[in-house]
Ligand binder design. Structure first.
Ligand SMILES: [Zn+2]
Length: 288
């Protein structure tokens, strides 16, 4: 390209035109590539704007994350309650369904020191509260606990404390746990090491119905809050939308909203909504 710049003005004019055409076509093609990669999203403009605005507003100070998470729940009319444990505080909203069979849907709100935790995991918290609002507007079979976990970056403190509490009271044991952690690059995939086969199969079926194929991955050393529920025998899954270059962003200064590909997040949201709808109709027995 620069080559064209070296040519004389006459040709320069020509090559400038060439360059303009190339740039213009790139400007046109790039979003189209995203659209091809992620499919035209059925999200409303309002929903897209909300995701973009809230992820962009992610607070970079870990000290403010709890208050900001609570505000997000409040803004969606979810009447959150704080569950305070010795080493972490969780934000919890309960949605009663036709049955008492319970699904925990979670996303951690805390972050490590570097960066703004936009990818890890404000994308997850924003989508969690939107999913809760949408399910609240529809009548569900199952009862839901929507939870923004604290202390995930400190060895899963918030989710361990909650799961441990559920062991003591059998009637509180959930039927399944769905965890959202870090989005902004790719179509949703699941982390195999902390996900159970029944939910992996359901995810594959849902993505097949959407015309795609679902990806299951393993990254050594990667973990998240579904592990705490797996440890008490609850069928669980962790979804993510990171790319293979995740080490360049997680817990780094580069974990900022500018590095989030929102088209991928819109697609992830649609997939997660469809997944929860299918899970709501699944029998707890079939998930064991
Ligand atoms: Zn995370």
């Amino acid at each position: 390209m620069s080559r064209s710049l070296q040519c004389s003005s006459r040709r320069g004019a020509g090559s400038t035109l060439g360059l303009t055409v190339v740039v213009l076509s790139l400007v046109l093609v790039l979003p189209a590539c995203d659209l091809i990669r992620f499919g035209g999203s059925n999200l409303s403009k309002q929903q897209k704007d909300h995701i973009r605005q809230k992820v962009t507003a992610a607070t970079c100070s870990d000290a403010n994350r709890l208050a900001e998470a609570e505000k997000l729940f409040d803004s969606k009319g979810l009447q959150p309650e704080l569950e305070e444990y010795s080493e972490a505080v969780n934000v919890v909203s309960k949605l009663k369904g036709k049955t008492s069979e319970t699904i925990v849907v979670g996303a951690h709100y805390d972050k490590t020191t570097l960066g703004c935790g936009a990818i890890d995991n404000w994308t997850g918290v924003v989508m969690l509260t939107m999913l809760a609002e949408e399910l609240k507007a529809s009548s569900t079979q199952k009862t839901y606990l929507f939870v923004a976990f604290g202390g995930e970056e400190r060895d899963l403190k918030g989710s361990r404390a909650m799961a441990y509490g559920m062991v003591k009271r059998e009637e509180d044991r959930p039927c399944a746990m769905v965890n959202l952690d870090s989005f902004g690059f790719e179509k949703a995939w699941a982390l195999k090491s902390i996900s159970d086969d029944s939910l992996l199969k359901l995810a594959s079926d849902v993505e097949r119905k959407r015309g795609g194929s679902f990806s299951i991955r393993n990254y050594r050393g990667a973990s998240s809050d579904s592990k705490s529920f797996q440890l008490i025998g609850v069928p669980s899954i962790t979804f993510s939308g990171l790319g293979d270059d995740w080490r360049d962003y997680l817990h780094q200064d580069s974990d900022i909203p500018e590095n989030v590909d929102f088209e991928s997040v819109f697609d992830n949201y649609e997939f997660l909504r469809e997944f929860l709808r299918n899970l709501d109709e699944s029998s707890c027995e079939s998930l064991k």
